[in-house]
Write a protein that binds this ligand. Sequence first.
Ligand code: CP
Length: 319
Amino acid sequence: MVERLLANEAGLQGRSVVSLKDWSPTEIKQVLMTAKWMKSNPKIAEIQYALKGKSVAMIFELPSTRTRVSFQVAIQSLGAAPVILDWQDSQLGRGEPIEDTARVLSRYVEALVVRARSHEMVQTLQKWATIPVFNALTDQAHPFQVLADALTIWEHVGYLSGSKLAYVGDGNNMANSYMIIGAKLGMHVRIACPEKWWPAQGVIAYAQQEAEMTGGSVQVMTDPEQAVFGADAVATDVFVSMGDEDTAEKRSQLNAYQVNSQLMAKAKAQAIFLHCLPAHRGEEVSEDVLEGPQSVVFDEAENRLHVQKSVLYHTLSEF
Ligand code: CP
């Protein structure tokens, strides 16, 4: 890992985070390193006043606990003001075009945090906004969650490059984002999903190409035991994500992909368990794994705050 940089030395000023495809391995490592430094030094003035006088709008089309609170606290803890918009209570809920919303909000605030059903919608917002746009979850990507997960793996496993991450479950936005960040960080990522719910071939191909350049690897398979074998970290997510169709067929196929103590036993003895939360106990994860000694899900949730502070600092601070 490189040494910690001052906000403007990372060269990230004015950048958006819509997908981690847009960020280089060095940029991702810089953000993680600053996040780790901020976590140990939360009270120093350089951090507390970094964004003084700025405002950041947050727009949520879908429910949230962690993202909403951790972004609000991150914004406040850097000295900026969060402006929270509920989709339905804004004109977006009555059909105002996203292109107009992007241009209007760009005149008031210094950045936009957006959780939306559609990834294309966030891409459109970024196209029309003149300020950074931060993706707080779409149907295709959850970049801040996997930044937090990478920080958690770094803390608990001790290293990222060369570490083995297994994701078991639905081939959803988390699976996509794990493949991308893992490839960029030189990790060995194995994704196990029923074939019908594999991630999109384009994302797999992109991640495999990136991994070739970092010494990592990305494999997608159907066998959860094969994916978890020898892993340093085992992750899962809900079987049916927000906005997805909940079918009996999907659930019956995914039932075989529960992370339980039998599956965790295939990983390294000291392997950690990750879940972005909220978790459905007894569905994608058993109660004993979620509450057991290998589970680091609350460290993972806390790390949302630190990685978001780091990204806001590097992209929005002028110092
Ligand atoms: N993990 C996550 O994004 O949680 P929320 O849906 O509560 O924001």
